[in-house]
Ligand binder design. Structure first.
Ligand SMILES: [Zn+2]
Ligand SMILES: [Zn+2]
Length: 153
């Protein structure tokens, strides 16, 4: 019974990861970046982690690419960031983390366990009001809320 369950779950996971990889290949191509194994590995690891800092990412990546230097990882991250495939998230009192770019969303940061979660997309209404009142032409926004997560309370 246990074995059956195990075999049933593998192809689904594999299919999902293949679809994610395909999507990354398309994103790289659309942005005129060469699809390399390293870039795909970086994107896959960041996607799997959700949000990850450079040191933790470097540890994961060097498992598959033991010869990759930290500088090479930084260069790849910068290329992906410049093409907006990756976003850098500034977290109060913590090292910045990277995530695969998606719709602007609010980050919830647990000050107890350090977990970072995505919350709903940011309602642009608030920023329209801020732009109105301040006269700023808003180019980018990042909102993070620090608190204690449900599991830590
Ligand atoms: Zn927590
Ligand atoms: Zn996020």
């Amino acid at each position: 019974m246990k074995k059956l369950f195990f075999f049933a779950i593998i192809p689904i996971k594999y299919e999902k990861e293949t679809a994610i990889m395909k999507n990354f290949e398309e994103r790289l191509r659309a942005n005129n970046l060469k699809t390399t194994h390293q870039r795909l590995a970086i994107l896959t690891e960041i996607d799997r982690a959700g949000h990850i800092d450079i040191d933790s990412l470097f540890k994961l990546i060097t498992k598959s690419f033991p010869t990759m230097a930290l500088g090479t990882l930084y260069r790849n991250i910068t290329d992906l960031k410049n093409r907006l495939i990756l976003s850098e998230v500034k977290v109060p009192l913590k090292k910045n983390v990277y995530e695969v770019t998606k719709e602007d969303h609010i980050h919830l940061v647990c000050q107890s366990c350090g977990k970072i979660e995505d919350f709903e997309p940011i309602k642009s209404v608030v920023f329209d009001e801020i732009a109105d009142k301040s006269g700023y032409a808003i180019k980018a926004t990042q909102v993070s809320i620090t608190g204690v997560c449900q599991g830590c309370r």
